[in-house]
Design a protein around this ligand. Sequence first.
Ligand SMILES: [Zn+2]
Length: 454
Amino acid sequence: MAKTKTTFFCQNCGSQFAKWQGQCTSCKEWNTIVEEVIQKADKASWQTEVSETTKRAPKPQKISEISGAEEMRLSTNNNELNRVLGGGLVPGSLTLLGGEPGIGKSTLMLQVALQLPYKTLYVSGEESAQQIKMRAERIHPNSENCYILTETKTQNIFRNISQMEPDIVVIDSIQTLHTDYIESSAGSISQIRETTAELIKFAKETATPVILIGHITKDGNIAGPKILEHMVDTVLQFEGDRNHMYRILRAHKNRFGSTNELGIYEMHAGGLREVINPSEVLISKNDEGLSGTAISATLEGMRPLMIEIQALVSTAVYGTPQRSATGYNAKRLNMLLAVLEKRAGFKLGAKDVFLNITGGITVDDPAIDLAVVAAVLSSNVDIPIARGMCFAAEIGLAGEVRPVPRIEQRILEAEKLGFTAMIISKHCKLPKEKYGIDLIKVTKVHDVVSYLFG
Ligand SMILES: [Zn+2]
């Protein structure tokens, strides 16, 4: 047997070191470096005990003979997931689904596995077969194609795979797997790296798509080495607030498609429901006008989304005014408040300002700025914004109202949902003269104030 080899890994970011040190020089975390055995008796291979599955392995082809037709995709029977993947699973691809514990990754993947029209092997190291069965009963009771295997050792998993030859493999989760060729415990950096490498080899050689579930650390990184993200073809992130019912699925990396797509789900007792028309569910159906709410026409990825913003402005009773934002960048909120103070003459310096984006989602699109300002002002003067009004514009430091990309797409979405007017920047380039809703074009924040509140 070869000499035992060890090396030092940061358990936070996966960086490798020749010797132990107190602080990781890569991610600056303290006491995260651990020695791990990387001894390999032989080169780790998923094939040590199976050999038949290589029959589907690709052979060299002349480039002129490769068909230029679009890549084959396996549809997952889940429109939101297909959309985010760019049309479906690519044969031989490795997809990592990351998300915080308890957010519903297993539920999503089990649901997908149960609905797949292909022979699917769902490998779980997290739950017993009985627990999975109980959940499956709630989600989709009669699945003929889904096989459950509770196993954490990759060699055993591959032995089962070679017997049943599944079309798709789901691993829940990568942190529970271990291989015989590495001695450190499951979930350690070297185990994650090696088991992933084995799975990649298996996926590529048999053209079987593999989906890995991976947990995410508190600071939002996928637990395990950062290289895990580099190793796989696609990284999907499942986000949301555990206390809200909406979940967002987005691609952080996609070798086979764009990362602009986004899927929205609603969490129910019976699993996750695809939200076909997200705008309708994200806007509260309140008939009486309430002050402090404004609707923004945002784009999440390529998808237009009408989002409701709520603001509460009140006199700060206890000294330093508080500013807090949920689902929106707090620094950006402070900037907008400073612009309002300086450019529109609103004295908000002594006021508490709370901002909330409904539905528990987070928005980065700067087009939301104008609606944030409108919500804050509406709450400040306690006058509701006219019903049917929505906003889409960025605000600059000089108080100018700036145009945002794909304005027409936003207008059409607002129109579709029955909005009657939209405030946009005067500098927006519109392909058409007229739209089904009134477009109010402004250049400065001040114009918006006088338009809304006289
Ligand atoms: Zn580190």
